[in-house]
Design a protein around this ligand. Structure first.
Ligand SMILES: [Zn+2]
Length: 344
């Protein structure tokens, strides 16, 4: 009898212990689940300061006062404040005639993009944090830009300053971490590209999204016509196994697959299959969203969009702003799942 009670007690203890262990294991998992959901929903809400996130990455961990920019044409290093640098980038990377909300979105994208470069130091900046070319981001000083703009110079600079000052210290975050790959480009084909399809990296916030109003961009459509012989030559030189000739060209060349954004993913050239992005590079095309048309002696390559197609489309951002979206709407649209937080 005593033994039976003891066995029952042990059973009860084991059952209770089991529940406690299961509770300890499952509770944090449940919390992760809800916090993830809450974060996804918080995209639509204004950013909230959350001091309990001690391990959250901060821009201030990377920024350390002034930054150094390598002015490549003059082979010298300029030391300026980070926000002044952002003004020089926004004025060089986006048209000043664009809507204020698009310029603000560009300011934040430029801030995030710069941080990664500053963290790892540009390899072409001769010891400075960043260089001033497309290798990092195009940067021009206030004086240079005002001179370049001519009679509207001062007003234009004021407009850029307003976009940067009104978003001062704001950065994009994804999963409590600073967004480091804040890619942007000029014009999409109507849809942006998944990062993995273009750069290989799988950033969760760089997903293919619809991008409306791109038709307004001057480089939305472009055409390149090449002599057939030169076209064949260029391919055979870069890919000797392709073995293209004027006789087999029409059957030897075919688009094998497309990306979610609509660009050429893989193209078959003779016995080789190459990536659409490599084909773009080979012929210096505006985008990898192309079609080929063969005539007797020539080939016509029609392209949609301008740029790599990943992240924010600048013309798309401007179209959104014209339709009443603010900079937070724009960034949340092009960088999936991010939120914006003021860091200083
Ligand atoms: Zn650089």
């Amino acid at each position: 009898m005593k033994n039976t009670i003891l066995v029952l007690d042990i059973k009860r203890v084991l059952i209770v212990a089991g529940f406690i262990i299961a509770f300890i294991i499952l509770l944090p998992l449940a919390l992760i689940g809800t916090s993830k959901e809450a974060k996804e929903k918080s995209i639509q809400l204004p950013p909230q300061e959350n001091t309990s996130l001690e391990k959250e990455e901060s821009a201030l961990d990377i920024l350390n006062g002034d930054i150094k920019v390598y002015i490549s044409k003059e082979d010298r290093i300029e030391t300026i404040s980070f926000e002044e640098y952002i003004k020089g980038v926004v004025s060089s990377e986006m048209l000043v005639s664009f809507e204020m909300e698009a310029l603000k979105a560009q300011a934040i994208a430029a801030r995030n993009f710069s941080l990664n470069k500053i963290k790892y130091k540009c390899t072409q900046a001769k010891g400075a944090d960043l260089c001033d070319t497309v290798h990092c981001q195009v940067y021009k000083s206030k004086e240079t830009k005002i001179k370049e703009w001519g009679k509207n110079g001062e007003d234009n600079y004021k407009k850029i300053s307003q976009a940067v000052d009104n978003t001062k210290g704001e950065f994009m975050y994804y999963d409590k971490k600073l967004v480091t790959a804040a890619q942007f480009f000029a014009t999409s084909s109507g849809k942006t590209e998944n990062s993995k399809d273009v750069f290989g990296g799988n950033h969760p916030y760089l997903k293919s999204v619809v991008s409306l109003g791109e038709e307004e961009a001057p480089k939305y459509k472009s055409t390149k016509t090449l002599k057939l012989a030169s076209f064949i030559n260029t391919i055979n030189k870069a890919y000797p196994k392709a073995n293209l000739s004027s006789k087999n060209i029409k059957t030897a060349l075919s688009i094998k697959s497309k990306t979610e954004g609509g660009s050429v993913n893989e193209i078959k050239i003779g016995s080789e299959t190459i990536r659409g992005v490599d084909f773009r590079k080979l012929f210096d095309l505006n985008s990898a969203n192309f079609t080929l048309k063969f005539d007797k002696d020539s080939v016509t390559i029609d392209c949609l969009g301008y740029g790599h197609g990943v992240g924010m489309s600048q013309w798309g951002a401007n179209a959104m702003a014209k339709n009443g979206s603010n900079y937070k709407d724009i960034l949340s649209h092009y960088y999936s799942g991010i939120n914006i937080k003021k860091d200083y």
